[in-house]
Design a protein around this ligand. Structure first.
Ligand code: AMP
Ligand code: DBH
Length: 538
């Protein structure tokens, strides 16, 4: 069990949690909203698709039968790496119907991340597509399958591939005997340690956050939600995301192309009411909106999260896009904070919102885990009805306190109203426009190169992305003839060859003969990073 028994019993007794599983959740939604449009988008072949709740449920049932024929069983982990296409929703619905567990890979993940996820989860299958956005995902999946025992590959070309060849006459599936307190799927973490971590989320905890999020965001059957960020990301899935929309009977519109103009066309043609973005995309939307004056009259709420939104950008959203802003500060590990529709303009532009639930326990502490006075900056620790108590397979135990609080790695301060302001972070992570990069992970890859004696990866401020990534390198043999540019080129190729996701490849390389040492002469990587961060930003 993911949460202690007494905690499960308490959340259940108080009605926060229910025993509903995702399979039941999908059935309830399709019964309740049957003919209403659930999903609009394209399939992998580029064919436009519109599915009602009943049609989506039927497609998921058919896909479940197909996947069962291909050997997927209850409890199996299945890597799913798909862009924003209808197949993604059909596949996860199918897996849940079987009581199997999707592993929510991002399209940007490459060999290094995917093989780790496959190994860790002992995945049964890897479901992906052919070439998408220049990446041959089928080849990638084949490579993973050749390295990790027991992984079958299923490459989809269109939504039709999810229909079994002979549709059995009795298409009902035996409901899987699944506990709502058990793992429903694995989210993936941006990570701060050498390897990205898998995040086990249960049916009960996740669906609780989905129901509460849908209420907070006032979703209903009229909601039309535009998905621009990767659909498998925790923000897009659950805050309130596609699941919140399905719970409320609204319509999910998938955009497979993140360019602002495509989004603007969809907002106008589908009468979109809500969209979710990371800060750099807000910037892009504001720029293009100025030039093109699109029809955004249906858009009521623009959610922004994943990285800190500057107050300057936040103030421009309502006047320039004509919709309300909602800041969302969340994490795949659990805790999600929202500014509320009823909050004052000041709170909306200057805070990252307050937690979903009165049962979210927030501790803001100093370096010795002692609480700081209200209003002062400190490390954010949290525990509650939808925050994990541990990573998959017990990884990174130090990310949790003995009494089960998750150490978020964020530095925050809290206002009397409960709203949090994200002031910085204490984790070795770079947040590149919402995409998280573990410094240690990239350093480990760099150090494996023969020319690299030592490496330290730090974030440098960037106007558009918030931060970019800079790798400081001490070379093994200093060679005056080889320029930093050449070395940077070699190291980029080295990282790509090791299968590191493109967004994690440093934007800049700096070559030095030795790393500076701190006042006390220590050269721990953590201190080095702090020191180099100062150098990089001056
Ligand atoms: P992950 O644990 O990979 O899901 O990433 C979650 C992290 O993203 C949080 O711990 C924050 O560091 C960062 N984050 C998410 N939303 C915001 C936001 N609205 N403002 C600032 N940082 C954010
Ligand atoms: O960055 C995140 O991981 C995130 C941001 C907003 C998240 O997981 C969420 C909302 O649920």
């Amino acid at each position: 069990m993911l949460y202690p028994d007494d905690v499960c019993a308490d959340y259940l007794a108080r009605g926060l949690w229910t025993t509903e599983t995702f399979a039941e959740f999908f059935d309830v939604c399709s019964d309740r909203y049957s003919t209403h449009t659930a999903l609009v988008g394209h399939d992998l072949a580029g064919t436009p698709v519109r599915l009602s709740y009943t049609q989506l449920a039927d497609a998921a049932t058919a896909a479940a039968i197909l996947l069962r024929e291909k050997g997927v069983q209850q409890g199996d982990y299945v890597l799913v790496q798909l862009p924003n296409v209808v197949e993604f929703v059909v596949v996860i619905g199918a897996l849940w119907k079987l009581g199997a567990r999707p592993v929510m890979c991002l399209p940007a993940h490459r060999k290094a991340e995917l093989s780790h996820f496959a190994q860790q989860s002992k995945a049964r299958m890897f479901i992906t597509c052919h070439t998408w956005a220049g990446c041959d995902h089928a080849a990638l999946a084949a490579e993973i399958a050749s390295q990790v025992e027991g992984v079958e590959v299923l490459v989809l070309k269109s939504v039709g591939d999810l229909q079994p060849a002979d549709q059995p006459t009795n298409t009902t599936l035996t409901p899987a005997n699944v506990s709502a307190f058990d793992v429903a799927f694995l989210q993936v973490s941006g990570g701060t340690t050498g390897i990205p971590k898998l995040i086990p989320r249960s049916h009960a905890d996740y669906l609780y956050s989905v129901r509460e999020s849908a209420k907070i965001c006032q979703l209903d059957t009229q909601t039309k939600f535009l998905v621009v960020l990767p659909v498998s990301h925790n923000f897009t899935m659950s805050s309130p995301g596609i699941l919140g929309v399905f719970y409320s009977g609204g319509t999910v519109v998938l955009n497979a192309d993140p360019s602002p103009s495509t989004s603007f066309e969809l907002i106008a043609s589908e009468r979109i009411t809500m969209a979710a973005l990371v800060p750099p995309l807000v910037n892009a939307w504001l720029m293009v909106a100025k030039m093109r004056t699109p029809d955004l009259s249906s858009l009521r709420m623009l959610q922004v999260g994943g990285a800190k939104l500057t107050e300057q950008l936040a103030r421009r959203v309502q006047p320039e896009l004509g919709c309300r802003l909602q800041q969302v500060f969340g994490m795949a590990e659990g805790l999600v904070c929202y500014t509320r529709p009823e909050d004052s303009e000041e709170l909306v532009v200057s805070t990252q919102g307050r937690p979903i639930s009165a049962d979210d326990e927030i501790r803001i502490v100093d370096d010795h885990d002692q609480p700081v006075p209200l209003g002062q900056r400190g490390h954010l620790l949290t525990r509650g009805p939808y925050t994990i108590r541990g990573y998959f397979a017990g990884a990174a135990p130090h990310s949790f306190t003995e009494d089960g609080f998750y150490r978020t790695g964020d530095i925050v301060r809290q206002l009397d109203s409960g709203h949090l302001i994200v002031e910085g972070r204490d984790k070795d992570q770079i947040n590149r426009g919402g995409e998280k990069i573990s410094a240690e992970e990239i350093e480990d890859h760099l150090i494996a190169h023969p020319d690299v004696f030592d490496a330290a990866v730090v974030g440098v401020p960037d106007e558009t992305l918030g931060e970019k990534c800079c790798a400081w390198i001490v070379v093994t043999h200093h060679d005056d003839t080889a320029s930093a540019k050449e070395l940077g080129h070699r190291l980029r190729q080295h990282l790509r060859a090791r299968g590191v996701a493109e967004f994690k490849i440093p934007d800049f390389f700096q070559v030095v003969t030795a790393f500076p040492v701190t006042g006390v002469g220590k050269t721990s990587r953590k201190q080095l990073r702090a020191l180099l961060k100062d150098h990089s930003s001056t």
